[in-house]
Design a protein around this ligand. Structure first.
Ligand code: SF4
Length: 481
């Protein structure tokens, strides 16, 4: 029987496992049983020894690494992490979970990128584990876990206030009757059965609720509790004289896993048409005609859309995540700019300058548009960019050429390259690629030139040497042999 703590380490069973361990003593010691479980998992693929976690701390890092790679690596191989879905690791996994929450809570606090990754990875891991379990077993564990949170028969929607305000769940995802949550099959039939005409009420229940909604609610509740736990740890840590160095070291290693460049996850560096584009300082020369025109200031109407919907996504993606369309992975600004330094110092100033160049200057009569700009960057409707608000809205991707032609026609003055692309960001990437390619070719030519010179120098060197030998031979005072 799979323990509920395999899905929910914060359950009473999970807490018992932590209590049993007692202290940090021996936390970094090798656990042969863990290694053995990993290596004997029939689904496990192991390319080298470093892929096998040997102790609690390594397992903790593997949990984060799994999530980061899964999100960022197009050819992610889940079989390298098959052990994470093996319930044999439960007691080690629970300890690793607590170590991660404590390390992140102590070092980074609840509004950090590390907390977000921890919370989301926990949600993804539960989903992954549920998918690998037998349907009946998964169903039973979900019921059990939900029961821990929703022990009352009648749950009012306000119970989900925290989940709703943090947007982990939407009100439209819940099935409510007079403000009460409906999850139970019998309850659904009693309340809605007689009202459902021309449809089978059972199919309606399966469609609207079934296992899916229960799983969703359970996962989101565990994610919320994980976040709350990190918050508690952080508050306690503020009163501590000195946090445990093991936790601080683990926190540093988590940060290191999150900041590993894409190359280490299987991407090459930029080059040819093949590799991804690395984010780098903006190159204004590579901007497409529409962006250049908008940056000069929009004078012909459409100021708001031009700055908020067009320039804001374009500049932010061009600076932070130019490869978004090719990668096809949704990210947040902080994934690319963890301290928001580039966003504050390079992206926003450029957008604000363009806004002020509009006629009339955009913020003079519509200062609220600064809030809309933050919203388009994914930081909700707030006047300042704060990590705690990230995710309240979505980071808008740049408008396509088609939309620009339709909504902001005066900006589109296509040149030759425009015929080959469908989005201004692709134009920018293409130009950057051309420039880099030219540089590479240029440096190759230079290298070839240098090589030619070098070989000539060598030849002339030999000649000189010969001459020198001659001169040495002829000059007894030259110091030669
Ligand atoms: S075709 Fe696209 S990239 Fe070119 S100017 Fe028009 S909108 Fe901009």
């Amino acid at each position: 029987m799979v323990s509920i703590s395999f899905l929910n380490p914060l359950s009473p069973e999970g807490k018992d496992i932590v209590r049993e361990l007692g202290s940090f003593e021996g936390i970094s010691q090798d656990i042969p049983q863990l290694r053995s479980t990993v290596t004997h998992n029939p689904s496990q693929e192991i390319a080298d020894d470093s892929e096998i976690p040997s102790n609690f701390l390594e397992l903790a890092l593997k949990r984060i690494e799994w999530y980061v790679k899964k999100k960022n690596h197009r050819e992610f191989n889940g079989r390298r992490y098959a052990y994470l879905s093996d319930d044999q690791i439960t007691k080690y996994d629970v300890i690793s979970f607590y170590l991660l929450c404590q390390a992140i809570g102590v070092k980074f606090g609840p509004n950090s990128r590390e907390t977000r990754v921890m919370v989301e990875s926990q949600g993804d891991l539960i989903r992954e584990r549920l998918g690998k379990l037998h349907v009946d077993e998964a169903r039973q564990l979900v019921e059990q876990s939900l029961h821990l949170y929703l022990d009352d028969d009648q749950v009012h929607w306000t119970f989900f206030e925290e989940l709703l305000s943090s947007r982990k769940i939407r009100l439209t995802e819940l099935i409510l009757d007079q403000g009460e949550l409906i999850l139970d099959h019998q309850d659904f039939m009693e309340r809605f059965g007689p009202k459902i005409k021309h449809r089978n009420p059972l199919s309606m229940y399966q469609l609207l609720i079934g296992d899916e909604l229960k799983e969703l609610i359970m996962i989101k509740l565990i994610m919320q509790e994980t976040e709350d736990y990190i918050k508690q740890v952080h508050e306690k840590a503020k009163k501590m004289v000195e946090p445990n160095p093991i936790l601080l070291e683990l926190a540093e290693q988590v940060a290191e896993v999150l900041s590993r460049p894409m190359q280490s996850y299987g991407y090459g560096s930029m080059g040819g048409g093949g590799g991804p584009l690395k984010a780098g300082p903006l190159n204004h020369q590579a901007f497409p005609p529409c962006v250049k025109k908008a940056l000069e200031g929009i004078k012909s109407g459409g100021r708001n859309d031009g700055i908020v919907l067009f320039i804001t996504p374009f500049i932010s993606y061009a600076r932070l995540y130019p490869d978004v369309f090719r990668m096809n992975i949704t990210k947040r600004v902080s994934d690319q700019d963890p301290n928001l330094e580039k966003t504050e110092n390079e992206v926003l100033p450029l957008i604000y300058e363009a806004a002020q160049r509009c006629v009339p200057p955009l913020f003079d009569d519509q200062p609220q548009e600064k809030v809309n700009i933050n919203a388009k960057l994914g930081f909700g409707m707030h006047s300042t960019l704060k990590m705690e608000h990230e995710g309240e809205t979505t980071w808008y991707t740049p408008m396509s050429c088609e939309k620009i032609k339709l909504h902001l026609p005066p900006l589109c003055k296509p040149d030759d390259l425009c015929k080959k692309i469908g989005n201004p960001l692709s134009y920018y990437n293409r130009r950057i690629w051309e420039v880099n390619n030219l540089k590479t070719e240029g440096s190759k030519t230079q290298e070839e030139g240098d090589a030619e010179k070098h070989s000539k120098t060598e030849v002339s060197g030999v000649q000189k040497e010969t001459d020198l030998t001659k001169s040495n031979t002829s000059d007894p005072n030259s110091g030669g042999l």
